[in-house]
Write a protein that binds this ligand. Structure first.
Ligand code: PEP
Ligand code: MN
Length: 389
């Protein structure tokens, strides 16, 4: 009999339709026997850095692919992304006057929330690609079938990426990804023997996406029960009550650096929508880290059917974010980017003045359009100016 006190399972949004749940549970069980990918004390150290960013004594630079693929965890791509993060951070540091904390959107960023469960490819309805942790990007029925053994492959690839990052660490480095597939996250959640606290040890920092931040949903429940620093995306429909409810659920003890809000409003709305959220949080004494994601509110589809973003919109959203904080006397805590270290042509504009006609050249993202190396460094240079200007 089920004990009366056992809470019913909370609804989990954006989970794949796994064809074989027995295989899923077997994979999760095997994963729970693997060593964790990161250590609790590293998560605590990052939380300390975020606490500094919340009060203007630091800044977070978080970035990487929208959908990291297994192939992206090879040493070359990992080193290239780390080098670009370091280069961008070095552009910001002189005007900040403090070290920038670098947080890779990597070593586990393998699962994607999607707006539709299926898509039409050449007249055939296929399940959408949900990231390498779930299925294959190749548009065939076989590849798109959710495959639970991918949980184990994801672990192996995340492990590879973490190893490369650790071996080259001249700079303090942390990993992050969206905590989406709960079997993966739960299997890698462990109790720290030193403190008894539970940590999600699939990455140092875990965030909840715009589509999985329901107050009473399973993802918020997961975030509430781990001690890692966690982020929650806030899109244009987020209101002040969401901010209060999320803070109460996830960070009731108000641990400095524990909770960040990652706003992704769109360049045309950030200046209108963000002030009320920041003010409400401040009025209630919530010391969240405010991080700007200038990517996800600025996506559009070209007439040629490619998703893109304008560099100028991305830049303008960051400007709006800084303006709001300046007006309110609060602190811009960080920047969350989707970038590639390669010369991809996925976002239009920037120093190379890429046009929509250029997009087909080197569009390699399996999900959202990323800034290329030149656009990333230009943006970092502009952000440096926002601290002094
Ligand atoms: C993402 O970060 O790739 C993403 C899906 O963002 P959001 O949850 O803000 O839509
Ligand atoms: Mn994305």
């Amino acid at each position: 009999m089920t004990p009366a006190t056992l809470a019913p399972p909370r609804p989990a949004a954006q989970q794949p339709d796994w064809p074989d749940r027995t295989a899923l549970l077997a994979a999760a069980r095997e994963l729970s026997d693997r060593p964790p990918l990161v250590r609790p004390e590293e998560c605590d150290r990052l939380r300390g850095r975020l606490a500094e960013a919340a009060t203007g004594h630091g800044f977070l630079l978080q970035g990487g692919d929208c959908a990291e693929t297994f192939a992206d965890t090879a040493p070359g791509p990992v080193r290239a992304k780390l080098a670009l993060l370091a280069e961008a951070a070095a552009l910001i540091e002189p005007s900040l006057g403090r070290p920038v904390t670098v947080l890779g959107r990597m070593a586990g960023q393998f699962a994607k929330p999607r707006s539709q469960p299926t898509e039409l490819v050449d007249g055939v309805v296929l399940p959408v690609y949900r990231g390498d942790l779930v299925n294959g990007a190749e548009p065939t029925a076989g590849s798109r079938r959710p495959d639970p053994t991918r949980l184990l492959r994801a672990y192996d690839h995340a492990h590879d990426a973490v190893s490369v990052a650790r071996e080259g660490a001249g700079r303090e480095f942390f990993t992050s990804h969206e905590a989406l597939i709960l079997e993966y996250e739960n299997a890698l959640t462990r109790r720290d023997p030193a403190t008894g606290d539970r940590y999600g040890l699939s990455g140092h920092y875990l965030w909840l996406g715009e589509r999985t931040r329901q107050h009473h949903g399973a993802h918020v429940e997961f975030a509430a029960t781990v001690a890692n620093p966690v982020g929650v995306k806030l899109g244009p429909t987020a209101d002040a009550d969401d901010v209060l409810a999320l803070a109460a659920r996830i960070d009731p003890d108000r641990v400095p650096g524990r909770l960040s809000f990652i706003t992704r409003m769109g360049s045309d709305r950030i200046r209108d929508l963000m002030p009320v959220l920041v003010e409400k949080a401040r009025a209630e004494g919530i010391e969240a880290v405010w991080v700007c994601d200038p990517m996800h509110g600025n996506t559009y589809t070209t007439s040629g059917g490619l998703k893109t973003r304008r560099y100028d919109d991305v830049l303008d959203e960051v400007r709006g974010f800084f303006e709001v904080h300046r007006e309110l006397g609060t602190r811009p805590g960080g920047l969350h980017l989707e970038f590639s270290a390669d010369a991809v042509t996925e976002c239009v504009g920037g120093p190379e003045a890429l046009t929509e006609a250029d997009l087909a050249e080197r569009y390699t993202s399996t999900c959202d359009p990323r800034l290329n190396r030149v656009q990333t460094l230009a943006l970092a240079g502009a952000v440096a100016g926002m601290f002094t200007g």
